[in-house]
Every structure is written in structure tokens, then in C-alpha cells.
Design a protein around this ligand. Structure first.
Ligand code: SAH
Ligand code: SF4
Ligand code: F3S
Length: 501
């Protein structure tokens, strides 16, 4: 009875959100420098222990960070890697669940869908034998999964081979927690929350030398009814525009050609701080103060994409002609139940408005298939919307029940055979659109930022257009990291091929 009531009264989520918004203090601040300095002291202490390891074993200890999540998760891994290098570890890439894989293995987890969690538990299970063989090996689990108490309980009960558990919000205290674990030879489980504070000055080892992630805000306040992220990442916390600008200027000086600004909803950047720029203002500042050739950002929530933002995008050629605008569903009825706070019509208006001001924009999106209560009609509306928008790229997901979210409690879950069939139809539709859009590139000249050698053909290079299309071409190694012009003479569903001009 109660469950049906919750399902029908979608306003409940508005209430949740109002509560969350009212709890939000306009006062996000940086963690005091002394606290960050303390972490550097812990890193130094670990580096001394690691020197001792070197004298005993004739090599520095190895560490491996394994990622399971989104771009934000990958960027978190870059910070973990920065700290590990500072502590004297040598970073390795091994994917094996063996005793010889690394002296320290960190699982940087994701919990947005069930399969991401299952993968991690699979690896932890497989490492039980490795730990018996090499009891000195340290296994750590961090990231979004560990922000759920039921997961930490399960690790405590079933995975005693795990030595250290920490969260996303206290990631900057990793050195302190690791030292505790090493010195006291004990299990450490610590997922403390970080309300209203952001950590600056943590070392970063970037995985790429051409493109860089820059987190501009942490957390999410939106509470979409299917989504676990607001529960595990906490409330929205923006970094100061001056810290962000400083980081980007450093990246520019290091020769980076592209930056992607990250946040769960970048459109609400700055709202949690006194006297801070909004997102459009931040983008404008970055464009005025730096000459980074390419700027991207994700994710933009359609409910608060402003006209000001569209104008800033239209008037700054540094900002890539690409917009990731997750729609989730084409049914206004379902969007209400998802607590997305826009209708399908409103979404189409935004698409049309952006296209009228930036005609060459490439849209991408996220879509969930099989959200509880999705009818054939709802799904047809999603297909219709996809046909109308003609996305350059769509990330499609099968709905996954997430414990603790409202939608997981609803009884009208869609049977998996129906979901699979719908998912295949959506995929086939989008693949056709991808191909048709790619065909329009035949014979055109496009600007490509070259990432490196093509993975499938060692004689070719690969890069991306502003609209994020993959382009493979024959070139020479001097073009890596440069923006070059390529004439397209080959079209595939997910990539283009061409000649360097
Ligand atoms: N903050 C971003 C999305 C972050 S999660 C935004 O609002 O757009 C990335 C995508 O995962 C979401 O856009 C959604 O499509 C998908 N997702 C989130 N929770 C999910 C769930 N429970 N089941 C399936 N897909 C989900
Ligand atoms: Fe999840 Fe994105 Fe919604 Fe936040 S805005 S609750 S991250 S889907
Ligand atoms: Fe990203 Fe997964 Fe966390 S999508 S924010 S790593 S739950």
C-alpha cells in the first residue's frame, strides 16, 4: 500500500529535494592548508617505509589502481596515483588477480549500476588466494561503492583479505589511512563525509599528456529517483573559480590541448558558494584567461541549462561544439517519476534553442531503458525523441535497481525480456542514426586533435573532432598532440577515416 502511495506521489521527491536544498549551506570552503600538509607528512612517512622495503627487496613496492567508474572516478584515480608516486610506489598496470600483481592494489569502484559492483566483488574474491600466498600484499577498496554502509558490511564479513576501505569524500586522507594500516597491521575502514568542504593541493599523476580532466564540483543535489550518486557523493560542493583557473593555467603551461570540466551537474556550479561565478561565468573566465584550444564539460542537467551558457558557448570557439545532455526518457510521464524536473517538450525546446544558436553542435545523451513502470507507449516516446534529436552519440543503459533509491522500492519493475527487447530496438535505431550522421562527413575536412597511434592499426593515427567523433588517418608521429586537418574518405558506424591535409 505504502509503496503504491510513494509511486503515485512523485511530489515526495520534490520534498526530498527541497529539504536537501535547504540543508545546503551557501558556504563551501577549502580544507585548511595545514590539514593537507599533514597528509604530505604521512606520505613522507610511507616513503620512508617504502625505502626500507627497497633495501630489503632490491626494488620499490608496486601499486596498481583499478578503475570501474565514470570520468570523475578516473580523475580520482589520477589523484590516488599522484599520492602513490609521492609515497615512493612504482605504478604498474597488471590486470591479474595474482599475488605478483602488485604490493598494493586499489579498487576504485562505481555503484551506479549493479554490474559495476559485481565486477569488484568478483576481483576481491579472486584475490583471496593471492593474499594467502602473499600476506604482505595490501588490498584497498575506495570509490562510490564504499560510501554505502551495506557494502562496507559485506566487505567486513566476506572479504577479510581487504585491508583498507575509504570513501570518495575522504579520499585526500588516503595517506593517513594507509599509514595506519601499514604501521598497525590492522584493517582500516573509514568513509567519513566531507560536508561543505573541498580538498585542494592533492598531488595528481595524469594518465594523459594531451587531454586533462578538471573537476569543478563534487556531489549532486538532484536525487533522480533511480540514482545512487547523490547518496554516495554527498551534497554539491564547488571548487573556487580561482583554484580552477590556476589548475587550467598550469595545464596550459604543460602543453595540454584539451580540458574537460567535470561535475554531476555543472550547470549548478557555484550555487553553493558566496560570491562565486555561475557556470557560464566560469566558462567565460576560462576562455578569456587561457588559450587552451579545446574545452569540454560534462554533465549538463537539462533542467537548468541557461541561455547565458548557450551564449557563452556560441561566442567562444575554444568551447567544443558538443553538448552532453542526458535525457533519460522521452516520456514526460516517466521523466516526472524519475524526478528529472523537465518534460520531453521542454527538452526538445532546449535542443532547438541550442541548435539555432550553434548550428554545428553535436549532441550526446544518456538513456535508461526499463525504468519501473515504463510502458510500450513510454518507450515509443523515447524512440520518437531519439529520432527527432538525432544524437551523435547515445549511452544507453538498462535500468538497474539501486538499494536506497526510491525507484528500487517500486513494485512495477519491467520484466527483463521486455527490457532487453526494447534495449535492442533503441540500440538498432541509434546505430542507424550514427551511421547516417557519419555519412554526412564524407569528403568534408575536419579538425582533429590527435591522441596517438590507432589501437587497431599501428600505421594509423587516431584523434577526435570537436564534436567528439573518432577519426583514424595516416600521418606521422609529429602530429600527436596537435590539431590537424583531415579529409574524410571512409565512414563507419562509430568512426571516420581520412587523409591528412
Ligand atoms: N549526473 C549525470 C549522470 C551520472 S550517472 C546526469 O545527471 O546526467 C550516468 C548515467 O547513468 C545517468 O545519466 C543514467 O543514464 C545512468 N544511470 C544512473 N543510475 C542508473 C540506474 N540505476 N540504472 C541504470 N542507469 C543508471
Ligand atoms: Fe544521478 Fe545525475 Fe540525477 Fe545526480 S543528476 S541524481 S548524478 S542522474
Ligand atoms: Fe561515477 Fe559510478 Fe560514482 S558513475 S560518480 S563512479 S557511482
Amino acid at each position: 500500500m505504502i509503496k503504491t502511495y510513494i509511486f503515485d506521489k512523485i511530489n515526495l521527491y520534490d520534498e526530498i529535494c527541497r529539504k536537501e536544498e535547504s540543508e545546503l549551506k551557501k558556504g563551501t570552503i577549502n580544507i585548511p592548508e595545514e590539514e593537507i600538509k599533514m597528509q604530505y607528512d604521512y606520505m613522507h612517512k610511507i616513503s620512508i617505509l617504502n625505502q626500507e622495503f627497497y633495501h630489503k627487496n632490491g626494488r620499490m613496492p608496486t601499486a596498481r589502481v583499478r578503475n570501474f567508474g565514470c570520468q570523475m572516478n578516473e580523475h580520482d584515480a589520477e589523484k590516488l596515483s599522484g599520492m602513490l608516486l609521492e609515497m615512493g610506489y612504482s605504478l604498474v598496470q597488471s590486470d591479474e588477480d595474482k599475488a605478483s600483481a602488485a604490493d598494493l592494489i586499489i579498487f576504485n569502484t562505481c555503484c551506479v549500476r549493479e554490474n559495476a559492483e559485481e565486477k569488484v566483488f568478483g576481483h576481491l574474491g579472486a584475490l583471496k588466494a593471492a593474499k594467502r600466498e602473499n600476506p604482505d600484499m595490501i588490498i584497498a577498496v575506495c570509490g562510490c561503492m564504499t560510501e554505502q554502509s551495506h557494502v562496507v558490511d559485506e566487505i567486513r564479513r566476506k572479504y577479510k583479505n581487504v585491508d583498507l576501505v575509504f570513501g570518495t569524500q575522504n579520499q585526500h586522507t588516503f595517506p593517513e589511512l594507509l599509514l595506519d594500516c601499514m604501521e598497525n597491521k590492522k584493517h582500516v575502514y573509514n568513509t567519513e563525509h566531507l560536508d561543505g568542504r573541498v580538498a585542494e593541493g592533492v598531488p595528481v599523476k595524469r594518465a594523459d599528456s594531451i587531454k586533462a580532466w578538471v573537476t569543478i564540483m563534487y556531489g549532486c543535489n538532484n536525487f533522480c529517483s533511480y540514482c545512487i550518486v547523490p547518496y554516495v557523493r554527498g551534497r554539491e560542493r564547488s571548487r573556487s573559480s580561482s583554484d580552477i583557473l590556476q589548475e587550467i593555467k598550469t595545464l596550459e603551461a604543460q602543453g595540454y590541448k584539451e580540458i574537460t570540466l567535470l561535475g554531476q551537474n555543472v550547470n549548478s556550479y557555484g550555487l553553493d558558494k558566496e560570491d562565486e561565478l555561475n557556470f557560464a561565468g566560469l566558462l567565460d573566465l576560462i576562455c578569456r584567461e587561457t588559450s587552451i584550444p579545446r574545452i569540454r564539460f560534462m554533465t549538463s542537467h537539462p533542467k537548468d541549462l541557461s541561455d547565458e551558457l548557450i551564449d557563452v558557448m556560441a561566442s567562444n570557439p575554444q568551447i567544443c561544439r558538443q553538448l552532453h545532455l542526458p535525457v533519460q526518457s522521452g516520456s514526460t510521464r516517466l521523466l516526472g517519476k524519475m524526478n528529472r524536473k523537465y518534460s520531453a517538450e521542454k527538452y526538445m525546446e532546449i535542443i532547438d534553442k541550442v541548435r539555432s544558436k550553434i548550428p554545428d553542435i553535436a549532441f550526446s545523451t544518456d538513456i535508461i531503458v526499463g525504468f519501473p513502470g515504463e510502458t510500450d507507449e513510454d518507450f515509443e516516446q523515447t524512440l520518437d525523441l531519439v529520432k527527432k534529436v538525432r544524437y551523435d552519440m547515445a549511452f544507453t543503459f538498462i535500468y538497474s535497481k539501486r538499494k536506497g533509491t526510491p525507484a528500487a522500492e517500486w513494485e512495477n519493475q519491467v520484466p527483463s525480456e521486455v527490457v532487453k527487447e526494447r534495449f535492442e530496438r533503441l540500440l538498432a535505431l541509434q546505430n542507424g542514426i550514427d551511421r547516417e550522421i557519419n555519412e554526412t562527413y564524407m569528403g568534408k575536412k575536419v579538425e582533429v586533435l590527435v591522441d596517438g597511434y590507432s589501437r587497431t592499426n599501428a600505421e594509423r593515427f587516431t584523434g577526435r573532432t570537436q564534436g567528439n567523433k573518432i577519426v583514424n588517418f595516416v600521418g606521422d608521429r609529429h602530429c600527436i598532440g596537435e590539431i590537424v586537418t583531415v579529409e574524410i574518405d571512409e565512414v563507419q558506424t562509430w568512426s571516420l577515416g581520412g587523409k591528412l591535409i
